[in-house]
Design a protein around this ligand. Structure first.
Ligand code: SF4
Ligand code: SF4
Length: 292
Protein backbone atom coordinates (compact mmCIF):
# COMPACT_ATOMS: atom_id res chain seq x y z
CA UNK A 1 0.00 0.00 0.00
CA UNK A 2 1.33 3.45 -0.93
CA UNK A 3 0.64 6.82 0.64
CA UNK A 4 0.62 10.13 -1.20
CA UNK A 5 0.05 13.48 0.46
CA UNK A 6 -0.75 16.63 -1.51
CA UNK A 7 0.74 19.72 0.13
CA UNK A 8 1.11 23.41 -0.49
CA UNK A 9 3.38 25.77 1.33
CA UNK A 10 0.55 28.31 1.34
CA UNK A 11 -3.22 28.16 1.13
CA UNK A 12 -5.16 28.97 -2.02
CA UNK A 13 -2.89 27.25 -4.55
CA UNK A 14 -5.60 24.81 -5.70
CA UNK A 15 -4.32 21.89 -3.61
CA UNK A 16 -7.74 20.56 -2.64
CA UNK A 17 -9.21 20.95 -6.15
CA UNK A 18 -6.30 18.93 -7.52
CA UNK A 19 -6.55 16.30 -4.77
CA UNK A 20 -10.25 15.87 -5.56
CA UNK A 21 -9.47 15.52 -9.27
CA UNK A 22 -6.83 12.87 -8.51
CA UNK A 23 -9.38 11.13 -6.28
CA UNK A 24 -11.62 10.93 -9.33
CA UNK A 25 -8.82 9.62 -11.54
CA UNK A 26 -7.49 6.81 -9.35
CA UNK A 27 -9.03 3.57 -8.13
CA UNK A 28 -8.64 1.30 -5.09
CA UNK A 29 -7.89 4.06 -2.62
CA UNK A 30 -8.90 5.48 0.71
CA UNK A 31 -9.12 9.27 0.89
CA UNK A 32 -7.96 11.25 3.87
CA UNK A 33 -8.35 14.98 4.57
CA UNK A 34 -5.48 15.94 6.85
CA UNK A 35 -6.24 19.66 6.87
CA UNK A 36 -7.92 19.28 10.25
CA UNK A 37 -7.99 23.01 11.07
CA UNK A 38 -9.89 23.99 7.92
CA UNK A 39 -10.96 20.87 6.00
CA UNK A 40 -12.69 21.45 2.66
CA UNK A 41 -12.28 18.27 0.62
CA UNK A 42 -15.72 17.20 1.87
CA UNK A 43 -17.31 20.22 0.16
CA UNK A 44 -16.41 18.74 -3.23
CA UNK A 45 -16.98 15.10 -2.30
CA UNK A 46 -20.33 15.51 -0.48
CA UNK A 47 -19.72 12.72 2.04
CA UNK A 48 -22.36 10.52 3.64
CA UNK A 49 -21.30 9.92 7.26
CA UNK A 50 -20.69 6.30 8.30
CA UNK A 51 -19.00 6.87 11.64
CA UNK A 52 -18.38 9.85 13.92
CA UNK A 53 -16.15 10.09 17.01
CA UNK A 54 -15.11 12.85 19.39
CA UNK A 55 -11.44 13.75 19.31
CA UNK A 56 -10.40 13.85 22.96
CA UNK A 57 -6.93 15.12 23.72
CA UNK A 58 -5.45 16.53 26.92
CA UNK A 59 -7.40 17.80 29.92
CA UNK A 60 -8.85 21.01 31.26
CA UNK A 61 -9.58 22.22 34.78
CA UNK A 62 -13.10 22.84 36.00
CA UNK A 63 -13.95 24.39 39.40
CA UNK A 64 -16.87 23.09 41.42
CA UNK A 65 -18.37 26.33 42.85
CA UNK A 66 -20.10 24.35 45.64
CA UNK A 67 -16.79 23.00 46.95
CA UNK A 68 -14.70 26.13 46.33
CA UNK A 69 -13.89 28.33 49.36
CA UNK A 70 -12.74 31.23 47.15
CA UNK A 71 -9.27 31.27 48.71
CA UNK A 72 -7.79 32.49 45.40
CA UNK A 73 -4.76 30.18 45.45
CA UNK A 74 -5.50 28.68 42.05
CA UNK A 75 -6.05 32.08 40.41
CA UNK A 76 -2.72 33.38 41.71
CA UNK A 77 -0.86 30.22 40.66
CA UNK A 78 -2.20 29.89 37.10
CA UNK A 79 0.56 31.09 34.77
CA UNK A 80 -1.85 31.28 31.87
CA UNK A 81 -4.31 33.63 33.57
CA UNK A 82 -7.01 31.07 32.89
CA UNK A 83 -8.75 31.51 36.24
CA UNK A 84 -10.80 34.63 36.83
CA UNK A 85 -13.38 35.66 39.36
CA UNK A 86 -16.92 35.26 38.19
CA UNK A 87 -19.47 36.71 40.60
CA UNK A 88 -17.10 36.24 43.54
CA UNK A 89 -16.15 32.63 42.70
CA UNK A 90 -13.16 31.64 40.57
CA UNK A 91 -13.96 30.05 37.22
CA UNK A 92 -11.72 28.53 34.53
CA UNK A 93 -11.71 30.03 31.04
CA UNK A 94 -11.48 26.86 28.86
CA UNK A 95 -9.96 28.82 25.97
CA UNK A 96 -7.00 29.81 28.15
CA UNK A 97 -6.53 26.65 30.19
CA UNK A 98 -3.43 24.77 29.05
CA UNK A 99 -4.16 21.72 31.19
CA UNK A 100 -1.00 22.00 33.30
CA UNK A 101 -2.83 20.70 36.43
CA UNK A 102 -1.06 23.11 38.83
CA UNK A 103 -4.36 24.44 40.19
CA UNK A 104 -5.62 20.89 40.79
CA UNK A 105 -2.51 20.07 42.82
CA UNK A 106 -2.71 23.28 44.88
CA UNK A 107 -6.42 23.50 45.67
CA UNK A 108 -6.79 22.85 49.44
CA UNK A 109 -10.50 22.10 49.07
CA UNK A 110 -10.14 19.53 46.28
CA UNK A 111 -12.62 21.64 44.33
CA UNK A 112 -11.01 21.38 40.90
CA UNK A 113 -11.79 18.54 38.51
CA UNK A 114 -9.38 17.65 35.73
CA UNK A 115 -11.53 16.44 32.87
CA UNK A 116 -10.65 15.08 29.41
CA UNK A 117 -10.98 17.74 26.74
CA UNK A 118 -12.95 17.31 23.53
CA UNK A 119 -10.95 19.18 20.90
CA UNK A 120 -12.93 18.26 17.82
CA UNK A 121 -14.40 15.34 15.96
CA UNK A 122 -13.38 12.89 13.29
CA UNK A 123 -15.19 10.38 11.20
CA UNK A 124 -15.43 8.10 8.21
CA UNK A 125 -17.74 8.85 5.31
CA UNK A 126 -18.74 7.35 2.00
CA UNK A 127 -18.18 9.49 -1.11
CA UNK A 128 -18.67 8.94 -4.82
CA UNK A 129 -14.90 8.35 -5.07
CA UNK A 130 -14.57 5.96 -2.14
CA UNK A 131 -14.16 6.11 1.63
CA UNK A 132 -13.05 9.40 3.19
CA UNK A 133 -11.48 9.79 6.63
CA UNK A 134 -11.78 13.36 7.85
CA UNK A 135 -11.92 15.57 10.92
CA UNK A 136 -12.60 19.03 12.24
CA UNK A 137 -10.67 20.57 15.11
CA UNK A 138 -12.69 23.01 17.22
CA UNK A 139 -11.65 26.69 16.86
CA UNK A 140 -8.53 27.52 18.84
CA UNK A 141 -7.81 23.91 19.81
CA UNK A 142 -4.34 22.43 19.58
CA UNK A 143 -2.99 18.91 19.02
CA UNK A 144 -3.65 19.04 15.27
CA UNK A 145 -0.58 16.83 14.73
CA UNK A 146 -2.04 14.16 16.99
CA UNK A 147 -5.35 14.28 15.15
CA UNK A 148 -3.55 13.90 11.81
CA UNK A 149 -1.72 10.85 13.15
CA UNK A 150 -5.04 9.37 14.29
CA UNK A 151 -6.60 9.97 10.86
CA UNK A 152 -3.69 8.31 9.10
CA UNK A 153 -3.90 5.28 11.40
CA UNK A 154 -7.63 4.95 10.70
CA UNK A 155 -7.06 5.37 6.96
CA UNK A 156 -4.45 2.59 7.03
CA UNK A 157 -6.83 0.24 8.86
CA UNK A 158 -9.55 0.94 6.29
CA UNK A 159 -7.17 0.58 3.36
CA UNK A 160 -6.06 -2.80 4.66
CA UNK A 161 -9.65 -3.92 5.21
CA UNK A 162 -10.61 -2.80 1.69
CA UNK A 163 -7.40 -4.14 0.14
CA UNK A 164 -6.79 -0.65 -1.26
CA UNK A 165 -3.46 0.07 -2.93
CA UNK A 166 -3.35 3.77 -2.05
CA UNK A 167 -4.10 6.31 0.64
CA UNK A 168 -4.51 9.70 -1.02
CA UNK A 169 -4.28 12.58 1.46
CA UNK A 170 -5.15 16.23 1.18
CA UNK A 171 -2.55 17.78 3.48
CA UNK A 172 -2.66 21.01 5.46
CA UNK A 173 -1.17 24.21 4.03
CA UNK A 174 2.00 25.59 5.58
CA UNK A 175 4.75 23.69 7.37
CA UNK A 176 3.33 23.26 10.88
CA UNK A 177 2.51 20.22 13.04
CA UNK A 178 -0.21 18.77 10.79
CA UNK A 179 2.13 18.82 7.80
CA UNK A 180 4.95 17.18 9.74
CA UNK A 181 2.59 14.48 11.06
CA UNK A 182 1.19 13.91 7.59
CA UNK A 183 4.65 13.04 6.24
CA UNK A 184 5.11 10.03 8.55
CA UNK A 185 4.97 6.90 6.40
CA UNK A 186 4.34 8.89 3.20
CA UNK A 187 5.91 7.61 -0.02
CA UNK A 188 5.50 10.82 -2.01
CA UNK A 189 4.65 14.46 -1.27
CA UNK A 190 3.09 16.38 -4.14
CA UNK A 191 3.72 20.08 -3.56
CA UNK A 192 1.28 22.41 -5.34
CA UNK A 193 2.41 25.97 -5.86
CA UNK A 194 1.61 29.04 -7.93
CA UNK A 195 4.01 31.33 -9.78
CA UNK A 196 4.25 34.20 -7.31
CA UNK A 197 7.12 35.22 -5.02
CA UNK A 198 5.19 34.02 -1.95
CA UNK A 199 4.21 30.80 -3.72
CA UNK A 200 7.86 30.09 -4.56
CA UNK A 201 9.03 31.00 -1.07
CA UNK A 202 6.46 28.72 0.58
CA UNK A 203 7.25 25.94 -1.87
CA UNK A 204 10.90 26.15 -0.82
CA UNK A 205 9.87 25.90 2.84
CA UNK A 206 7.58 22.90 2.45
CA UNK A 207 10.15 21.13 0.26
CA UNK A 208 12.72 21.75 3.01
CA UNK A 209 10.44 19.98 5.51
CA UNK A 210 9.98 17.03 3.11
CA UNK A 211 13.75 16.81 2.57
CA UNK A 212 14.33 16.85 6.32
CA UNK A 213 12.04 13.82 6.71
CA UNK A 214 13.41 12.23 3.53
CA UNK A 215 10.08 12.16 1.75
CA UNK A 216 10.44 12.40 -2.07
CA UNK A 217 8.82 15.47 -3.63
CA UNK A 218 6.99 16.05 -6.90
CA UNK A 219 5.92 19.59 -7.80
CA UNK A 220 2.90 21.00 -9.63
CA UNK A 221 2.80 24.65 -10.68
CA UNK A 222 -0.80 25.79 -10.92
CA UNK A 223 -1.71 28.70 -13.23
CA UNK A 224 1.89 28.70 -14.45
CA UNK A 225 1.09 31.01 -17.38
CA UNK A 226 0.11 33.92 -15.12
CA UNK A 227 3.70 34.79 -14.29
CA UNK A 228 6.33 33.40 -16.69
CA UNK A 229 9.28 34.85 -14.73
CA UNK A 230 8.26 33.18 -11.45
CA UNK A 231 7.31 30.02 -13.32
CA UNK A 232 10.86 29.88 -14.69
CA UNK A 233 12.32 30.42 -11.20
CA UNK A 234 10.26 27.54 -9.81
CA UNK A 235 11.37 25.32 -12.67
CA UNK A 236 15.01 26.22 -11.97
CA UNK A 237 14.51 25.53 -8.25
CA UNK A 238 13.07 22.07 -9.01
CA UNK A 239 15.93 21.27 -11.38
CA UNK A 240 18.53 22.40 -8.86
CA UNK A 241 16.99 20.36 -6.03
CA UNK A 242 16.13 17.31 -8.13
CA UNK A 243 12.34 17.50 -7.70
CA UNK A 244 10.28 16.27 -10.61
CA UNK A 245 7.98 18.95 -12.02
CA UNK A 246 5.05 16.68 -12.87
CA UNK A 247 2.75 19.39 -14.23
CA UNK A 248 2.66 23.04 -15.20
CA UNK A 249 -1.06 23.69 -15.34
CA UNK A 250 -2.44 26.67 -17.24
CA UNK A 251 -5.03 28.98 -15.77
CA UNK A 252 -8.43 27.60 -16.74
CA UNK A 253 -11.81 29.11 -15.63
CA UNK A 254 -13.16 25.56 -15.75
CA UNK A 255 -11.59 25.00 -12.31
CA UNK A 256 -13.82 27.69 -10.76
CA UNK A 257 -16.86 26.42 -12.66
CA UNK A 258 -16.24 22.94 -11.28
CA UNK A 259 -15.81 24.29 -7.76
CA UNK A 260 -19.10 26.19 -7.92
CA UNK A 261 -20.86 23.01 -9.06
CA UNK A 262 -19.14 20.99 -6.30
CA UNK A 263 -17.55 18.75 -8.91
CA UNK A 264 -14.00 17.95 -9.84
CA UNK A 265 -12.67 19.47 -13.02
CA UNK A 266 -12.10 15.97 -14.41
CA UNK A 267 -15.80 15.14 -13.97
CA UNK A 268 -16.80 18.24 -15.84
CA UNK A 269 -14.66 18.16 -18.95
CA UNK A 270 -12.31 16.20 -21.16
CA UNK A 271 -10.06 18.94 -22.48
CA UNK A 272 -6.43 20.04 -22.56
CA UNK A 273 -6.43 20.93 -18.87
CA UNK A 274 -7.76 17.56 -17.74
CA UNK A 275 -5.30 15.78 -20.04
CA UNK A 276 -2.49 17.61 -18.21
CA UNK A 277 -3.97 16.33 -14.94
CA UNK A 278 -4.23 12.76 -16.20
CA UNK A 279 -0.61 12.78 -17.33
CA UNK A 280 0.44 14.30 -13.99
CA UNK A 281 -1.44 11.64 -12.07
CA UNK A 282 0.19 8.83 -14.08
CA UNK A 283 3.60 10.29 -13.33
CA UNK A 284 2.76 10.75 -9.63
CA UNK A 285 1.62 7.15 -9.40
CA UNK A 286 4.88 5.92 -10.90
CA UNK A 287 6.97 8.10 -8.59
CA UNK A 288 5.02 6.81 -5.57
CA UNK A 289 5.56 3.19 -6.65
CA UNK A 290 1.95 2.50 -7.59
CA UNK A 291 1.45 -0.19 -10.21
CA UNK A 292 -0.88 1.54 -12.72
S1 SF4 B 1 -4.82 23.51 34.62
FE1 SF4 B 1 -3.11 24.97 34.56
S2 SF4 B 1 -3.69 26.37 32.91
FE2 SF4 B 1 -5.56 25.29 33.47
S3 SF4 B 1 -6.51 26.61 34.96
FE3 SF4 B 1 -5.27 25.13 36.10
S4 SF4 B 1 -3.32 26.18 36.42
FE4 SF4 B 1 -4.41 27.29 34.82
S1 SF4 C 1 -7.77 26.90 45.09
FE1 SF4 C 1 -9.63 25.67 45.21
S2 SF4 C 1 -10.75 26.53 46.90
FE2 SF4 C 1 -9.20 28.03 46.37
S3 SF4 C 1 -10.23 29.40 44.94
FE3 SF4 C 1 -9.26 27.84 43.71
S4 SF4 C 1 -10.85 26.29 43.46
FE4 SF4 C 1 -11.51 27.58 45.13
Amino acid sequence: MREIVVLSGKGGTGKTSLTAAFAHLCRDKVLCDLDVDAPDLHILLEPRPLRREDFVSGHEARIDPEACTACGLCRDACRFAAIRDSEGVPAVDPLRCEGCKVCVALCPAGAIEFIPKTCGEWGVSATRFGTLVHAQLLPGEENSGRLVTLLKQEARKLAEAQDASLILCDGAPGIGCPVISSLAGTHLAVAVTEPTPSGRHDLERVCGVCDHFRVPVAVIVNKHDLNPAEDARIEAFCRQRGYELVARLPHDPLVTTAMVQRKTVTELADNGFTHFLLRAWKRIGRLAGLGQ
